[in-house]
Write a protein of this length. Sequence first.
Length: 371
Amino acid sequence: MKKCLSLLAAAALALPALAQEAPPPGQDQPQGPKPSMFLVGVAKASVVDHNPVRTFSGRVLSPETVAVVPQVAGEIVEVCFAEGALLQKGDVMYRIDPVKYEAAVASAKASVAQAEANLSYLAKSYDRTLSLREKNVASDDDLDAASSAKDAAQATLAAAQAALVSAQDNLDHCTIAAPVSGKVGLNAAPAGNYVSTASGPLATIVRQDPVRVSFAPGSRDYLSVFGAESGLRSLFEVRLRLADGSLYDQDGAVEFVGNAVNPSTDTMPVYAGFPNPDGLLVPGATVKVEVQARNPARLVAIPLTALLHDGDQAYVWMVGEDNRPVRRDVVAGPATATYQTILEGLSEGEEIIARGTHKVIPGVPVEPVRL
């Protein structure tokens, strides 16, 4: 009972205080704090010179790699080059003992001389027989025999001349010259070795200036970015980065594109030529190939965070009347690490929501903050 009386007394003491805090009649009731609208960052669509660098892994190739193989058999009597030297086309590399080939040439020349003398005699004999036949002194058989002998002598001379050409060719091959200009490798046949056509390569020459670099963009990227071989040749420039990351100081040019897609990797082989006066590009080495358009494209660009996707459709949020978000469907182009390009749907200067897009509720006002 005492506890209930205590509670009633406390309530009675509190009533005057509440009455004092109540506003007088006729005055507006105080309003509580308004809930704040969602803050979003707003940016303007800009126009950029879009010219990204596309990087591919490439390999340095030599346009000419020639194995030097002997065409005749014999002992090597002289090696006329140093391993690793730069040779010019026509420089003498090896000399093979020519004695028997010189003798073969001399014998072939003697056979030619003998055949020429025999043909001269038989040609005169035919002329005499023809004159006698016209006077009815010689028979038709005599004339036919003289003609046949002259024709046989002509054939013998032709065979002797062919043998001389072959003998002379063998003698010429006793001197082995560099078939192309380039850097020679290891010498596999020092002087004193007996070599033949079955001995295999004596040395290999690799052309190093200019060189060729191969790289392989994916077939889909090749079509979407470059379009065709003519566009790749005329609209894009090709550069290289060496193994240490430095930029090669010589620009290249696309020479040709392969005639088929690699079915294992779905890539299209592309070959570009590069000057190599200092030998920095070594055949077989791996390099980075950078491909960039000669003339950049002027495209509308927005921050990466502004672009959203709904299934296959790309869109952005615009700030409409009363700060209410409005959806705008767009066609997205290629993106870089810093911006997203828009091909259709936006114009330069239009404002889009770039930050806080996750807060946007259609029809619910937002509070834009210019970025």
